[in-house]
Design a protein around this ligand. Structure first.
Ligand code: GDP
Length: 251
């Protein structure tokens, strides 16, 4: 149950964090029922459904979607694998900029997880960057079922210049997005508290940004339970078992 406990590592920096929860900033208690709902949802199988390199190849949208975005090497594949408990759901790779398509995963026919291409890879050819930037913009503008984008930020570096074009696109498209700090195991509690506070202040001026920040480490499984809980709140209810009714006889 370690990863599913509502409270994570204690961060003790004065006036910045209390011990309520180190998985969300500003800290707050998470309803254990919602944490349990997240645990149950992510215990189900996540299945790859499609990969799109152009807008015309986007799969039909009929379930709520949550997309994951971030700079190459931010830890996106590792986080998706930790969330779904699948080692190779999104291929963990140390080669920045390896995937250039939008990948869709179906979670128990209740939620779609969307893996957006990593950005900020300086050596990618310009034409390639333009192609997937156009695809991303189109996806953000037309996807009616997109509920939220998790913007992954490496906790050691905070928001970088390379993150702003996407933030601008999200603000313009009016897509709700939320920062998820990654690799928190690399920082001590006070450093983490400071970066979380700095990020919160930076996000406050962005119209479409959610005020809460998730703090995660895929390596130590920290913050995974809280993130699952947040994601589960977007899932549709499980389909009811079909009820076989006896035909009505006319008298
Ligand atoms: P992606 O390019 O965003 O998909 O990033 P990856 O998931 O491939 O991770 C990039 C590098 O960061 C790899 O060397 C991972 O082992 C490392 N990494 C990912 N998540 C964590 C984490 O939570 N903690 C630490 N310490 N390293 C991580």
């Amino acid at each position: 149950m370690d990863d599913h406990a509502p409270c994570g590592r204690r961060l003790t920096a004065p006036n910045v964090m209390t011990a309520a929860s180190a998985e969300i900033f500003p800290p707050r208690q998470i309803d254990p029922n919602i944490v349990e709902a997240g645990r149950r949802l992510f215990a189900r199988e996540a299945r790859f459904v499609a990969g799109a390199i152009q807008a015309s190849a986007l799969p039909r949208d009929n379930l709520p979607e949550i997309a994951f975005a971030g700079r190459s090497n931010v830890g996106k594949s590792s986080l998706l694998n930790a969330l779904t408990g699948r080692r190779a759901l999104a291929r963990t790779s140390n080669t920045p900029g390896r995937t250039r398509q939008i990948n869709f995963f179906d979670l128990d026919a209740r939620l779609i997880l969307v893996d957006l291409p990593g950005y900020g890879y300086a050596e990618a050819p310009k034409i390639e960057i333009k192609r997937w930037t156009d695809l991303l913009r189109r996806y953000l503008l037309i996807r009616a079922t997109l509920r939220r984008v998790c913007l992954l930020i490496d906790s050691r570096h905070g928001i970088k210049d390379a993150d702003y074009p996407l933030m601008l696109m999200l603000d313009e498209a009016g897509v709700s997005y939320q920062v998820v700090l990654t690799k928190t195991d690399k920082l001590g509690p006070s450093e983490l508290a400071l970066i979380a506070e700095r990020t919160r202040v930076q996000m406050a001026s962005h119209a479409a940004a959610h005020p809460e920040i998730h703090l995660t480490s895929a390596l130590e499984h920290q913050g995974i339970a809280a993130l699952r809980a947040m994601l589960a709140s977007f899932a549709v209810f499980p389909a009811l078992p079909s009820i076989v009714t006896a035909p009505v006889r006319s008298r």
